[in-house]
Design a protein around this ligand. Structure first.
Ligand SMILES: C[S@@+](CC[C@H](N)C(=O)[O-])C[C@H]1O[C@@H](n2cnc3c(N)ncnc32)[C@H](O)[C@@H]1O
Length: 244
């Protein structure tokens, strides 16, 4: 997608609808899984967004810091009860622009793939490693990209939702060499058409494991979901835990 910048996906319009269209129902199990890994220490969420995970994690007594590139998304977090107390750095999470170390660093909801080059993704692993306690954990939750290779002509149009007042389409093209998916969510209403573009550079779990090794980390655990369902050939998602 020409002239795409990640901030285009998370401006005011996306932030306004994010909490209604992006709740996944996995929040409780994700928070339980993540809280277990903190061992009483501090946590850092890369791409904290509107606090879908960070807020309930703080409610369990975990001290959470965040990084996000979008002031609009963070303003939504700030407007929620407890959101005003979470320290958030506005910046690129590939840089991990914070001080100190954490017992847990995590990035969920495929957001690691919002880093659009392999270099940025490797840099992220290296910077996370520099901000982990000696026995700290880095958790990545992301999709396994098998479905992209079954697409006809490397493109698709999905009817995401069909309502009386709104139809939402998901329109995408896939580049298997760049490992890139150019996707736009299209909202059709009586008021007109709204476009929500998002581009991702996906990676297979095995490539993530190599990136971790370049950063001095190794895979400790991999599950199919937050409830620790065993990971295997049919898994569509993975929750991967890296450490030294
Ligand atoms: C799909 S939302 C996920 C938000 C939250 N983690 C959640 O699970 O609901 C993706 C978030 O990543 C942020 N983001 C995307 N690329 C980023 C980058 N390079 N650095 C920092 N934040 C980024 C966006 O602003 C947005 O808030």
């Amino acid at each position: 997608m020409d002239d795409y910048e990640p901030i285009l996906s998370f401006g005011e319009a996306a932030a306004e609808t994010y909490d209604t269209v992006s709740r996944r129902g996995d929040e409780e199990s994700a928070v339980r899984f993540l809280a277990d890994l903190t061992n009483g220490g501090r946590a850092l969420e890369l791409a904290i967004g509107t606090g879908r995970i960070a807020l309930p994690l703080t409610e369990r007594g975990v001290a959470v810091d965040g990084i996000d590139i979008s002031p609009a998304m963070v303003a939504r977090l700030r407007a929620k009860p407890g959101g005003e107390h979470i320290p958030v750095t506005i910046g690129d999470f590939a840089d991990v622009p914070v001080d100190g170390t954490y017992s847990l660093v995590f990035v969920v909801f495929n957001t690691f793939f919002n880093l659009l080059t392999q270099d940025d993704q490797v840099r992220c692993f290296e910077n996370v490693a520099a901000h982990l306690d000696a026995d700290g954990a880095f958790v990545v939750e992301a999709f396994v990209p098998t479905f992209l290779h079954r697409l006809r002509d490397d493109q698709y149009v999905d009817a995401e939702s069909v309502g009386i007042d709104e139809v939402r389409l998901d329109v995408a093209r896939h580049d298997p060499v760049a490992q890139q998916l150019d996707e736009t969510h299209v909202s059709l209403t009586a008021d007109g058409v709204r476009l929500f573009p998002v581009v991702c550079r996906y990676a297979w779990p095995s490539e993530l494991d190599l990136m971790a090794r370049l950063g001095g980390l190794e895979l400790k655990e991999r599950w199919s979901d937050w409830d620790r369902t065993p990971f295997g050939a049919a898994s569509k998602m993975h929750v991967s835990v890296y450490g030294r």
